[in-house]
Design a protein around this ligand. Structure first.
Ligand SMILES: Cc1ncc(COP(=O)(O)O)c(C=O)c1O
Length: 423
């Protein structure tokens, strides 16, 4: 049987913009079964942050595989997990001292909400409009980036309230006006729907990911921190997409000078192996009684731990955070020079190598052009994702070790696509 016929054995639930059959990846490139080479600027939605098959990650995985594949956390203490937790501790803000490991981003968010509820004894959670936190029941309830993530599954778990995210491009206001409005709406929500005494946590992405690559202004996150300090509501910062150097800082919230009470991490954490983490202070974690959270694979696999440890080393050795900052700012400059060729209005934004280009035509999200540009880029062998509530934001997520030359190649392809020159 031809391998392409085997697609029938896959569920249709995966939305997919590229059906090429990929047999190999190396650095910023993937290779299909027909011998084609693609520049992968999706990084598996931000997962393969050190590029495909980085030799140091592959080496660490191979070495760990011959030592211990899996060490169940209720039954033993795998050495590699202890080493990783200590290494991660050195990279997190001082408010984050201790970790629970799991396998996916949604699992980490689910656990973070359980921790916040048990630690505070309060039932509710406030999330922000346009946020994406996962696809399990509770994380769907926290997600409002697009209706497709909720439609057909409601009613979802209760106790979730939404407040506006400070997206000044969406509101068409200045940054100051937007922040003032959003903080006032949040205070109003606390006065009208879920009082601080009933609110366990706020959960926010420091840069909206799926919702359109919108960085939260520092003043807003500082405002959230102030409310949390005053009321005892916990601040959960979801860095599942923006963490591990993606934003040009180790954590995107560092752009704003705040400290989270709970930090959720995944994606770039282990360069492609399934893994996620929840971080909090010792004091907070100790309010989570033993057995209240866990799971057979809660703790992740030893192989993922080894990959995560090697990922931290690669980030450090190859100065990938600096690269994300420097190359990311060049990428933004390129894009700013290209977007005037689009007939509508385009907003280029983001931190580091998490850059979005939002397209607006006649005052409305221009989804059709975004889809056409994505398809034209694919014809020219460049993979780019789309995000945003209106499906009109082209999102740039190259690996953190992408070269300037690869950025130049991608931008030339993007320019041709914007100009409609791809045949
Ligand atoms: C900010 C954020 N939180 C949570 C998730 C859910 O992670 P996962 O898809 O690994 O469950 C994602 C995934 O895109 C994300 O971007």
């Amino acid at each position: 049987m031809q391998i392409s016929h085997c697609k029938e054995a896959l569920s249709d639930v995966w939305g997919r913009f590229n059906n090429s059959i990929i047999v190999r990846g190396e650095g910023s490139y993937i290779f299909d079964d027909q011998g084609n080479q693609f520049l992968d600027f999706t990084s598996g939605i931000g997962v393969t942050a050190t590029g495909h098959c980085h030799p140091q990650i592959v080496g660490a995985v191979k070495a760990q595989a011959s030592q211990l594949l899996f060490g169940q956390m209720n039954c033993m203490l795998p050495e590699v997990t202890l080493r990783y937790a200590t290494a991660l501790r050195a990279k997190t803000p001082s408010s984050i001292e201790t970790f629970f490991f799991s396998n996916s981003g949604a699992e980490a968010v689910e656990g973070a909400i359980k921790l916040a509820r048990m630690a505070t004894g309060r039932p509710n959670v406030i999330a922000f409009e346009g946020g994406f936190h996962g696809r399990t029941a509770m994380t769907m309830a926290l997600t409002s980036s697009k209706k497709v993530y909720r439609e057909g599954f409601q009613p979802l778990p209760a106790g979730v309230f939404f407040s506006p995210f400070p997206n000044s491009f969406y509101y068409g206001w200045s940054r100051e006006e937007t922040v003032r409005f959003c903080l006032a709406q949040l205070e109003r929500l606390l006065q009208t729907q879920s009082s601080a005494d009933e609110t366990a946590a706020f959960i926010i992405e420091p840069v909206l990911g799926e919702g359109g690559f919108v960085p939260a202004p520092a003043e807003f996150l500082l405002g959230l921190r102030e409310i949390c300090d005053r009321t005892g509501v916990l601040l959960i910062v979801d860095e599942i997409q923006s963490g591990f150097g993606r934003s040009g800082e180790m954590w995107a919230h560092e752009h704003c000078g705040i400290s989270p009470d709970i930090l959720t991490m995944a994606k770039g954490i282990a360069s492609g192996l399934p893994m996620s983490a929840i971080g909090a202070s010792h004091e907070l974690m100790s309010r989570w009684v033993p057995g209240a959270h866990g799971g057979t694979y809660g703790g992740g696999s030893a192989i993922s731990m080894a990959a995560a440890l090697a990922t931290l080393e690669v980030i450090e050795d190859e100065q990938l955070i600096e690269n994300a900052r420097v190359i990311g700012s060049k990428l933004k400059q390129h894009l700013e020079a290209i977007v005037p060729k689009y007939s509508g209005t385009a907003d280029v934004r983001g931190h580091g190598l998490m850059v979005g280009v939002e397209l607006i035509s006649d005052g409305k999200p221009d989804k059709q052009t975004a889809i056409r540009i994505q398809a034209d880029c694919l014809k020219s062998k460049l993979l780019l994702l789309i995000c945003g509530t209106g499906g009109n934001v082209l999102r740039w997520l190259p690996p953190l070790n992408v070269s300037e030359q690869e950025i130049d190649i991608a931008c030339k392809i993007f320019e041709s696509a914007i100009e409609g020159r791809v045949g």
